[in-house]
Design a protein around this ligand. Structure first.
Ligand code: NAD
Length: 464
């Protein structure tokens, strides 16, 4: 079902009809003027500014997300991204001159960013506001018609977005498709000009297969296990404070959360109690009572996560409550490399420590697995930092700080290998949702092409 403002007869519009309607608007040229793009960005900002309580309430209902956290990691985050793109859009859209080779002179060469057409944004449930609307910023800034597909696993947020987006944005060129797998499947069956998918790799493969039929370009923002290396050159208490924040934000359901810690046994022995102390400082002695600690999204994930708790030695947490889908912030030390918790992305409030004997062992371990979305290194040793920078590959690399890179609008956000393909944020979003058209302009006189045109002999007679 496609959302339209309450009470309008078009509420039952099929996905195919929605796409046809958006395409007609796009082809009419409605979305191309800078004026339209800026107006849509302003409308998106107004949507976020004027509906804080409704969005916060939906996020609480879906994820037990604290309003303050909803503001900085979703609503405020997306507002800042709108502001960053809006501020520079006019300049970023200017054609960019490149030098033409001497053999072609006189000539001017430039690149021009042009919209792609009708683009789809398919979003997951863990940051359902941010991950639906932040890609939309780039899509709108680039002058596309946009269809948004929020995740059915965050139903309250999907509903609010389905209601607000048509109220604020240009309904003739922006639509929300609500629903689950059948609706996403129907959406993927349409001819689209770009698909921007955020979610797990299994569905990423389905998206790629569907895109192949129409040769539709795709951005894949996927996940995986993001490692964190800690050595004894750092202030372990300060490192623990940041690791706990990054791991347990949104109850661990963050694509770039530190998934596991690689450290020597000696470091683990000192780090474990410090991490337990920081968990208590952030969430109290009983995190279940904390208004700031989230819940697991659904029963299926609760069961999956509960099954991962048995590994290693329990340092902190371990309690669960199925009725509330509560899993305490849990730390497990000395976890075997082949334990189930190390075989899949955890995506929940569990932090295993895996023993390594130093940076070389850690690098070997990381390189033996899929390229992660993020890698974090806590070390003051310049050589160790340089080694992680040059000897590993990941979507992003954070020294001394997990998650922070997502807030830097000038940094591309995306994965590599199994953690994704393509990137967005800031100018990169505009480029992702545009075609960079090559434009060459050469006056007809002087006709320098005669210098290389056939017949090729005799060469001397070919002067103009
Ligand atoms: P999800 O289950 O909400 O799925 C995402 C979208 O895919 C939804 O809109 C859903 O309708 C659609 N979908 C699901 N199954 C489908 C199918 N069979 N066919 C077609 N469409 C289908 O979210 P998820 O995948 O559980 O999200 C969690 C994953 O996303 C984790 O791996 C996480 O690391 C990753 N993630 C990545 C980023 C990033 O920016 N790289 C951000 C958040 C989450």
């Amino acid at each position: 079902m496609t959302s339209t403002p309450a009470g309008e007869g078009a509420a039952q519009e099929s996905v195919a009809d929605t796409i046809a309607r958006l395409r007609a608007s796009y082809e009419e040229g409605r979305t191309k003027p800078l004026r339209w793009r800026l107006a849509q960005l302003d409308a998106l900002a107004a949507l976020l500014r004027e509906n804080g309580p409704a969005l916060e309430q939906a996020l609480w209902s879906d994820l037990h997300k604290a309003p303050a956290e909803a503001q900085y990691s979703e609503i405020g985050f997306t507002l800042a991204e709108v502001a960053a793109v809006r501020k520079h859009l006019r300049r970023w859209l200017r054609p960019s001159r490149v030098p033409a080779p001497a053999a072609l002179l006189p000539a001017t060469a430039r690149t021009v960013l042009e919209p792609l057409g009708v683009v789809a944004v398919i979003a997951p449930w863990n940051y359902p506001v941010q991950l639906t609307l932040a890609p939309a910023i780039g899509a709108l800034a680039a002058g596309n018609a946009v269809v948004l597909k929020p995740s059915e696993l965050a139903p309250a947020t999907a509903r609010v977005l389905g209601e607000l987006v048509p109220r604020y944005l240009d309904q003739t060129a922006v639509a929300v498709v609500e629903g689950g797998v059948p609706q996403t499947t129907e959406l993927l069956a349409q001819r689209l000009d770009h698909i921007f998918y955020t979610g797990n790799g299994a569905v990423g493969r389905i998206v790629l297969e569907a895109a192949a039929k129409n040769l539709t370009p795709v951005t894949l923002e996927l996940g995986g296990k993001s490692p964190t290396y800690v050595d004894d050159t750092v202030d372990l208490d300060a490192a623990a404070a940041r690791i706990v924040w990054g791991r347990f934000l949104n109850a661990g359901q963050t694509c770039i959360a530190p998934d596991y810690v690689l450290a020597t046994e000696a470091v683990q022995q000192r780090l474990g109690p410090l991490i337990a102390t920081w968990i208590a400082r952030y969430f109290g002695d009983d995190p279940k009572q904390s208004p700031d600690f989230g819940r697991v999204i659904n029963d299926r994930h609760f069961e999956r996560l509960s099954g991962l708790l048995g590994a290693g030695e329990l340092v902190s947490g371990g309690e669960t409550d199925a009725a509330e889908r509560y899993i305490a912030p849990t730390v497990l030390a000395g976890v075997a490399r082949d334990a189930p918790v190390m075989q899949q992305e955890i995506f929940g409030p569990i932090l295993p420590f895996v023993t390594v004997d130093g940076p070389s062992d850690a690098i070997r371990f990381i390189n033996a697995h899929d390229k992660p979305l993020a890698l974090y290194v806590f070390s003051e040793d310049a050589r160790t930092r340089r080694r992680f920078l040059t000897e590993t590959s990941s979507g992003a690399l954070g020294f001394g700080i997990p998650l922070g890179h997502i807030g830097v609008h000038g940094l591309p956000f995306g994965g590599v290998g199994a953690s994704g393909a393509g990137a967005y944020h800031g100018r990169r979003s505009l480029v992702t949702f545009s075609h960079e058209k090559a434009v060459l302009s050469k006056p007809l006189k002087p006709d320098t092409i005669q210098l290389i045109a056939p017949p090729y002999t005799p060469a001397r007679e070919r002067l103009i």
